[in-house]
Design a protein around this ligand. Structure first.
Ligand SMILES: NCC(=O)N[C@@H](Cc1c[nH]cn1)C(=O)O
Ligand SMILES: [Zn+2]
Ligand SMILES: [Zn+2]
Length: 525
């Protein structure tokens, strides 16, 4: 009897276990449905990506190890090496690669420095398929361990699911995620449903030198059969919710030089009897913006596009966690308190930031010096419909006026080393529809439709010159700390980002087919 009841108990437990399994399977199916259903093909690709994630991370580690800093002249060879490494990777997956020579550029001290080549590459030329061109960059911002990094910036280090390293999110991770997606199709011997083109540069962080000319030159050749251009070089607005970006601000970078003579002076021998360049410069920099962040240069706000009702609604729909955004910055109080104010001042109003002073004594300790020449660096993030050359004139005139009131005998020189236009895309473009679908499939939620306060110089250039649809599809989270001492991409975002790009190829192909079918029906009717 004891045995019978033990058997009964065992059978009851097995039945319970099977029932639980069925419930679990049902819940997974329900979740998949809620998440946006992924097809068998997608599942096969996603599984491959999951299984090979450590290999993808290993390649990112190898890429991060190259100090491809495009700002410091002595590292230029490393940028070129990084471009060549990227070209090798593209070739290995069957891509035809062209390394376009960009010549050289002059540094402020007159030195001429070679520019790294630009990659123009293509994979597939089927006239039945749409052609998607991916833009990315493999150069990085400067980084040194002494800047306050907890880990070596050029050794990709995984801590709590985050991959820390310079370039991990800006922009080596996303470039590799795109390549990983293509490689996954090829490894599974699956037909890639789109033709692919790549434009990968090594000078983005230094202002995309030489790129605009090539785009103009290649417009009738390389870009002639491109249907869509995708850029993945920015971040989500939140740490968890995916986003699609339809606009960026532009930027005009100013250098303001004030000089009194040829050499630095002892402040004991000359302090009190000369007009000091640093004092002039600080007065000039202090005249640019008030305590509420408002730019004081007359005319700057004249051409700013007015806020439409439609735009207001877009902001209202956005989930924005102000506390999370503050935590990401490490700053306790912002200039504004509401979501609408913060987003609009990041995305659709100009801002002025002071970046640094060249020639200022900045080491620890005291040096009682009067620097002979100092150069202030600041920039104005521009928005539609501000004009770069009008902005330049307004700033130069204003600085000259402020300077003339100081009666200083010093020499003032204002220059504009880099400028880039703002960019806004049409969110109703089919490319955005395809990306929305792909995001829903991979992340199980709709993306936040966002703009970005930063600048991707090439976005508007692509749009103006090629007249193709341009979209920015970020895979990095808001706390990825681009340009900062804690730059990272999470393992999750890197791997899901790889799946997202694979899903995008499929969605673009589907949508393109539907569009073509619709246009054929219209023509036959
Ligand atoms: N990830 C994009 C980015 O950081 N872009 C730079 C480009 C730039 C603008 N002005 C000078 N460089 C940015 O600061 O927005
Ligand atoms: Zn970037
Ligand atoms: Zn950057």
């Amino acid at each position: 009897m004891y045995l019978t009841s033990a058997c009964g108990y065992l059978l009851f437990n097995i039945a319970n276990f099977v029932l639980n399994l069925q419930i679990l399977a049902l819940s997974v199916i329900m979740l998949l449905f809620e998440a946006g259903v992924s097809s068998g093909l997608e599942n096969q690709i996603f599984q491959y990506i999951d299984l090979h994630q450590n290999e993808f991370i290993q390649t990112l580690k190898e890429w991060v190890a190259v100090e491809s800093d495009s700002i410091q002249p002595e590292l230029r060879q490393e940028v070129t090496r990084m471009v060549e490494l990227t070209a090798d990777r593209l070739r290995a997956m069957g891509t035809t690669v062209e390394l376009v020579k960009l010549g050289s550029h002059k540094l402020p001290d007159g030195q001429s420095l070679p520019l790294p080549p630009l990659i123009l590459a293509e994979l597939g030329k089927d006239p039945q398929k749409p052609t998607v061109c991916f833009y990315g960059h493999v150069d990085v911002q400067p980084a040194k361990k002494e800047d306050g990094w907890k880990t070596d910036p050029y050794t990709l280090t995984e801590i709590d699911g985050n991959l820390y390293g310079r370039g991990a999110t800006d922009n080596k991770g996303p470039v590799l995620a795109w390549i990983n997606a293509v490689e996954s199709f090829r490894a599974l011997k699956l037909d890639i449903p789109v033709n692919l083109k790549f434009i990968i540069e090594g000078m983005e962080e230094a202002g995309s030198l030489g790129l605009e000319e090539i785009i103009k030159k290649e417009n009738q050749r390389f870009f002639s059969d491109v249907d869509y251009i995708v850029i993945s070089d920015n971040l989500w607005l939140s740490n968890r919710k995916p986003a699609l970006t339809y606009g960026t601000r532009g930027n005009i970078c100013f250098s303001v030089e004030v000089r009194c003579g040829e050499r630095d002076l002892h402040s004991g021998s000359f302090g009190g009897i000369i007009h000091e360049p640093m004092t002039d410069l600080i007065a000039l920099l202090d005249s640019l913006v008030d305590t509420s962040g408002r730019i004081l240069i007359p005319g700057v706000y004249d051409d700013v596009a007015s806020l439409t009702e439609e735009e207001k609604k877009l902001y209202e729909a956005i989930e924005f966690d102000l506390e999370e955004y503050k935590n990401n910055s490490g700053v306790k109080k912002f200039l504004y308190d509401t979501k609408e104010e913060i987003l609009s001042h990041l995305w659709r109003y100009p801002s002025l930031s002071i970046h640094g002073i060249e020639g200022a004594f900045h080491e620890p300790g005291i040096k009682t010096v009067i620097p002979a020449k100092v150069i202030g660096k600041f920039s104005i993030r521009q928005v539609p419909h501000m004009d770069i050359s009008i902005g330049e004139h307004q700033v130069i005139k204003y600085l000259e006026d402020v300077f003339s009131k100081r009666n200083s005998p010093n020499k003032l020189k204002v220059s504009v080393p880099i400028s880039a236009m703002p960019w806004v895309a049409d969110i109703n473009d089919p490319l955005y529809t395809a990306a929305r679908m792909a995001i829903k499939t991979v992340f199980g939620q709709d993306p936040e439709m966002i703009r970005d306060g930063a600048t991707i110089p090439i976005a508007q250039t692509f749009q103006n010159i090629t007249r193709k649809s341009v979209m920015m599809l970020p895979i990095g989270a808001a706390d990825d700390a681009e340009h900062s001492q804690k730059e990272k991409i999470s393992r999750h975002n890197y791997i899901q980002g790889t799946k997202l790009f694979a899903a995008l190829f499929l969605e673009i192909a589907k949508l393109h087919g539907q569009l073509q079918e619709a246009s054929n029906t219209t023509t036959t009717n």
